[in-house]
Design a protein around this ligand. Structure first.
Ligand code: TRP
Length: 333
């Protein structure tokens, strides 16, 4: 079956290496085989930046430049902006009446995020309900396949619940269910070994990082704290340098050999880090170059986003109109 793909990112910072292995590489490959849309989810970005909308606004073109830099081709992938697609907000309002607050509170990803953000008792209503808006995104494009990280699986589950409820209320199949497409590379940890990579924690390498920043980041990387002398046996599990080598180094057999040597003892952290640094410099250098080329041409970026958003507007309006009509609310047409 021909797959219709929707993915998206909140524009709250430049994209980083975690995004690159987790989803961007996959999106570049998918644009040849399926019809793909990427949504810059600025409205979702506002759900935890409601009082600082500038942060979100300022990152829209940054994220777009990241897409182009890694090789997403606007001729083959539609790139669009959530806040300029009112049909998504309209669908969100319809769906919000079919999902209970307790269902939203059970979402494990949202739960973890809420705990991390220290909202206290002031959880924004928009934040708690962003999975509903994500269901609107996915269904508005009639997506059949959603490439996501594992943390997004609860969103897919909720989306399919909403699809079934809407179809039940409408008495016919207005919307279609979707499947997640998990990336083969597991989530990259931050350079300090923390599970979450984020710019605010300062433990990430963004796609526009320069040579010195990459060098510095690798130097700071968490290895095995008990690997003190070169000849000591070292631990590979949880060693961030190895996790990154697994994700980025093309020659797997060579990495297996390095792991054996490291476990045995005699392989220095500095040597490992040098191998990783060279590999990351090589990976990021063409991306940084392309990024620098596109980021200065604001007019071109705007025009790419505008034409993608116009295409998306027709598509999403048609779905919103159908849902509305299926509820009998098309009294005025
Ligand atoms: N929730 C995603 C993130 O955290 C972004 C997103 C918004 C998304 N709408 C989407 C992802 C639709 C896939 C499909 O980055």
């Amino acid at each position: 079956m021909h797959q219709k793909i929707l993915t998206g990112d909140r524009p709250t910072g430049s994209l980083h290496l975690g995004h690159y292995v987790g989803s961007l590489m996959q999106r570049v490959a998918l644009q040849d085989t399926a019809s793909q849309t990427i949504l810059i989810a600025d409205m979702q970005g506002l759900t935890d930046n409601g009082h600082n909308p500038r942060k979100v606004a300022d990152n829209i073109l940054n994220v777009l430049a990241d897409y182009l830099a890694v090789g997403i081709d606007p001729e083959r992938t539609v790139i669009c902006l959530q806040s300029s697609l009112p049909a998504l907000a309209e669908l969100t309002m319809y769906y919000a009446n079919l999902v209970s607050v307790s269902r939203l509170e059970r979402n494990p990803t949202v739960k973890t995020e809420i705990a991390g953000k220290q909202f206290g008792r002031s959880i924004p209503a928009g934040f708690l309900s962003y999975p509903i808006s994500q269901a609107a995104d996915i269904t508005a494009f009639r997506a059949t396949l959603v490439p996501v990280g594992e943390d997004q699986l609860p969103m897919i589950e909720l989306t399919n619940e909403v699809v079934r409820k809407v179809n039940q209320v409408a008495g016919k199949a207005v919307l279609i269910e979707c499947r997640p497409l998990l990336s083969k590379v597991p989530r990259l940890p931050g350079m300090d070994g923390k599970a979450k990579m984020s710019k605010s924690l300062g433990n990430t390498i963004t796609l526009g990082s320069d040579e010195a920043e990459i060098r510095q980041a690798v130097k700071m990387m968490y290895t095995d704290p008990n690997h003190v002398r070169i000849e000591d046996p070292g631990t590979v599990e949880g060693n961030v340098v190895f996790t990154y080598l697994d994700a980025f180094y093309p020659d797997e057999a060579y990495i297996q050999q390095l792991k054996r040597d490291y476990r045995h003892g005699g392989l220095a952290d500095s040597r490992l880090k040098k191998i990783l640094e060279e590999c990351l410099q090589e990976t990021l250098s063409p991306i940084r170059q392309r990024r620098a080329e596109v980021i200065d041409d604001k007019a071109r970026l705007i025009s790419i986003l505008r034409s993608g958003t116009e295409k998306a507007r027709l598509e999403t309006e048609a779905v919103a109109r159908e849902v509305k009509a299926s509820f009998g609310l098309d009294v005025l047409g």
